[in-house]
Ligand binder design. Structure first.
Ligand code: ZN
Length: 358
């Protein structure tokens, strides 16, 4: 991992992945899903839309960008929609996600085919994101529908590993600057109430499983910068869990990843004190924008958040991003202009922090 050079200034700015989609674009994605719009016609529209997502991020001043995940219905469903073995959303069965119903099989690029389009249209560094094997199992294993193919949830998680490995090799071949694995569940585990709600009985087992799965897929990204993102999950400006990272820091230290991207702007993450145990061999992705707060951060506030983190992690190891993707799913109603203004404040705050440090 980590063969490509990082930006040559302090506090490089990146995104976690998703940008809010304008309403008309949400309609395109949902029309595609419902069959009212062909894949080909949707792709033609999405190509034009994604150019705007790229420009938004460039104008905000970001060092590293994604395609806004504007082609995806959600950060995790994209895996099911591009891999054989899943049945589409099972809302009637109480599962608002696809479920694995047959052995998984690599079928077509999951996200790798997004990369050349972005590369051709920007000189900024390019990030691409994939869901982790653990979140795939957490979200898309359903006892009633999946047990015939995968008796246990863990079986599905491990079955996702070779599919992700093949996809990651393809991503690396396309030449991204950062491959990020999205692992929101690790941060959900810090919340005892969320653990009870989700039926987690042995948190030590779950943390170890999550780390083992990540370490199984990450070697496929050899030669590329790697990152993982964890968060407290959110919808419509409200987090799904809360709590500091102390419980999971020993697990994070065991994951062979370059950058760990943490939500730290939100008070729901419990403050910066947990960073005293942050692994010494990894870069810190510092969340400095609270996407759950509709109040626009000032550059001054962003700079002060950076300066506060310097008490725990040296400046050369810090990258900046919003706490999470603004809209991990198409249904998440966050305003696109709000996201733009927050990203711009983040980049202005990074410049302010650099200036102050000389
Ligand atoms: Zn997140």
């Amino acid at each position: 991992m980590d063969a490509m050079p990082r930006p040559d200034h302090l506090f490089p700015s990146t995104v976690i992945g998703s940008l809010p989609r304008p309403q008309w674009l949400r309609d395109v994605i949902l029309d595609r899903k419902a069959g009212r719009l062909s894949e080909e016609d949707a792709d033609t529209i999405l190509d034009r839309a994604v150019e705007s997502a790229l420009l938004l991020q460039e104008r905000a001043g970001l060092d590293e960008i994604t395609d806004g995940e504007w082609r995806r219905e959600s950060y995790v469903k994209v895996f099911a929609q591009r891999t054989r073995g899943f049945q589409d959303d099972l809302v009637d069965s109480g599962l608002p996600y696809p479920a694995a119903v047959a052995p998984l099989e690599y079928w077509q690029p999951i996200v790798a085919d997004e990369i050349p389009f972005v590369r051709d249209r920007t000189t900024r560094a390019v990030k691409v994101t994939l869901p982790s094997p653990y979140i795939i199992g957490r979200r898309m294993w359903h006892a009633q529908h999946s047990a015939a193919a995968y008796p246990k949830r863990e079986d599905l998680m491990w079955a996702a590993v070779p599919v992700l490995e093949e996809e990651i090799r393809s991503i690396v071949a396309h030449g991204v600057d950062t491959l990020q694995l999205d692992e929101p569940w690790l941060a959900v585990l810090v919340d005892e109430r969320a653990r009870r709600r989700e039926g987690v009985e042995d948190v030590d087992y779950e943390m170890a499983l999550c780390a083992d799965l990540l370490n199984a897929v990450l070697p496929a990204a050899s030669g590329t910068n790697t990152a993982m993102h964890l968060c407290h999950a959110h919808f419509d400006h409200v987090h799904g869990s809360r709590g500091s990272y102390e419980l999971i820091l020993p697990t994070l230290a065991k994951i062979d990843v370059g950058t760990i991207c943490l939500e730290l702007a939100t008070p729901d993450a419990g403050g910066l004190e947990a960073l005293s145990g942050f692994p010494a061999d990894k870069r810190l992705g510092l969340g400095v924008i609270d996407h759950c707060d509709t109040t626009l951060e000032s550059a001054e506030l962003v700079a002060s958040r950076v300066e506060a983190a310097l008490a725990y992690v040296e400046r050369e190891r810090i990258e900046l991003h919003p706490d999470c993707g603004f809209a991990p799913s198409v249904q998440n109603p966050i305003d696109v202009d709000e996201a733009y203004l927050k990203l711009r404040a983040m980049c202005d705050g990074a410049a302010m922090a650099r200036d102050r440090l000389g």
